[in-house]
Design a protein around this ligand. Structure first.
Ligand code: SME
Length: 155
């Protein structure tokens, strides 16, 4: 991803969220922008942490069988437990991976944090191997941080 793309997509997310008060609507708008702007992002979704489980919220792409993921499971569970972004270049070589679609080749999961508390995470799958680089991590961590301010206000 070019640095210009990173800044352009981030600006679109900032614009969309500036007027958004509702947490669910904010998540829907983020998912729509990322799916539309980033051709390699095949599946884009947001999980919210409820107790010890990640619960699937808004997503675009094929329906996933993993609508509730316990913290100890999957790449999603690992990112929430470790509280940092995880990039997997080859999902089929990662024993933690929970398959969503057989076409998926790589994945990135960025936690949505409020201070040290995990609110949820942005999960993205790509049909391309090793689709996610440092710029994707930078973009998604910035988006997660913007989204956190909207989700903190949701009771
Ligand atoms: N692959 C994820 C599960 C979620 S689906 O990709 C939508 C994981 O390993 O946690």
């Amino acid at each position: 991803m070019a640095t210009e793309t990173l800044h352009a997509v981030l600006a679109k997310v900032e614009d969309a969220l500036a007027s958004e008060r509702d947490g669910t609507r904010a998540m829907e708008r983020v998912v729509a922008i990322l799916k539309r702007e980033m051709p390699s992002y095949t599946w884009v979704g947001i999980y919210l942490l409820e107790g010890d489980e990640l619960v699937l919220g808004p997503f675009l792409g094929k329906p996933s069988p993993h609508t509730r993921i316990p913290l100890g499971r999957g790449i999603c569970g690992a990112a929430a437990t470790e509280k940092h972004t995880i990039i997997v270049d080859d999902v089929n070589a990662d024993p933690r991976y929970l398959a969503c679609s057989i076409e998926t080749r790589s994945e990135i999961v960025a936690p949505i944090m409020s201070g040290t508390r995990v609110l949820g995470e942005i999960d993205i799958d790509s049909d391309r191997p090793a689709a996610f680089k440092a710029q994707d991590k930078t973009l998604l961590e910035a988006v997660a941080s913007l989204l956190a301010t909207k989700l903190e206000r949701t009771p």
